[in-house]
Unconditional design. Structure first.
Length: 161
């Protein structure tokens, strides 16, 4: 060998593999198996539908998003909505920033001033809420039972054949 150059022989490859295996063993020593980690994550998962604070914040965020879209579509500033409602601009901004504590009455008031509709429903555990498309008539929110709906649709399709 000239100037200490390696020939890259079989022994050199084996010693590198051994060194890598040693490094990997040390690195993986404290790592738990993926199945065990997934099991723990599933056990620690929060069911957000059972957390009233989460549900409140989710509904409040939906209302804020809807209000942003309506104001943007109408090119209306929050100050104008506040003026029409006879409330402080900060009250409208609190709704838009999801920091206000909304009541059903306050949401109804905003909807009426804007000429919109608002609705609230509580669905059973086997139901899902579906928002029907907006029409000239008031919007409706209806509970949907996907299992029954699917079975019924198949039965109607079969009857038509």
């Amino acid at each position: 060998m000239e100037n200490g150059a390696h020939t890259g022989g079989k022994d050199d490859v084996l010693s590198r593999e051994t060194a890598l295996e040693s490094i990997l063993e040390k690195w993986l020593k404290g790592v738990r198996p993926a199945e065990e980690v997934l099991k723990d994550l599933e056990a620690a998962r929060t069911d957000y539908d059972k957390d009233p604070e989460f549900v409140f914040r989710f509904i409040r965020a939906q209302i804020a998003q809807d209000l942003h879209q309506i104001l943007e579509k109408r090119k209306m500033r929050p100050a104008e909505l506040a003026r029409q409602m006879g409330v402080a601009r900060q009250w409208v901004n609190n709704i838009l920033n999801e920091s206000g504590n909304l009541t059903i009455k306050s949401v109804a008031r905003v909807a009426c001033v804007l000429g919109c509709t608002a609705g609230f429903r509580i669905a059973g555990p086997d139901e899902h809420l579906a928002v029907l498309p907006l029409r000239r008539e008031p919007a409706r929110i209806a509970p949907v039972d996907f299992e029954t709906r699917t079975k019924g649709s198949s039965a109607r399709k079969a009857a038509r054949r």
